[in-house]
Design a binder for this molecule. Sequence first.
Ligand code: SAH
Length: 222
Amino acid sequence: MNNQMKEPIHHKTTVSRQQMITTLRRYGIDDEDLLATLREVPRHRFVPENIIHQAYADKALPIREEQTVSQPLIVALMTQAMRLCGSERILEIGTGSGYQAAILSRLCAAVYTVERHPALSQQACSIFEELGYRNIRTKVADGTLGWGGYAPYDGIVVTAGSPKIPDPLVEQLKVGGRMVIPVGDEFAQELTVAEKTDSGVVTQKIGGCRFVKLIGQEAWPE
Ligand code: SAH
């Protein structure tokens, strides 16, 4: 019995989970653990009821508070860039729907995720509970300041577009740790991988993207 049969989807999706995986493979995602996780985590639980039929299409979808759940390809690229081995403690900035945090949580030891909109954070938190994803902690705050209480982190994933890499996030990253963050203006950003070394931060650009704005003290003003 496959997952879809165990957990019936009452609204038929136009693109199946398997088709989503086939598309991601075509775009070069080849990490089998990641692909299995993307197949298994029910994205339809993280999207609004009225567009549930599009849950497995490879596109960003609108959620509440004028925010979006990222396109599966972008979620896959960001997660793959983290090179997780399973023991990491990861900080995510921008919980949104909770989908990216859910994917990360299946591939590492613990996820700490910060969201500025209380309603989004609460909704994501209750989905994590329903799905039994117990290694995710949520917090409502300005994520550009990080989450000092659990720092330092093995990795940081920022899922909103920023004009620069916020200093507090670099401070809360372990030496040897990696951060993935979209850096650019409000219309287009470069997905940037920043590695913290003994002698500073080494960055690498891995592709263009378009995220909603990272709004906070160390990024865009309100
Ligand atoms: N990871 C999310 C993507 C959501 S879109 C998902 O998988 O669905 C980006 C989110 O970042 C939005 O919900 C937005 O409210 C949030 N955000 C923007 N600036 C923020 C900040 N300074 N701190 C925390 N969250 C922020």
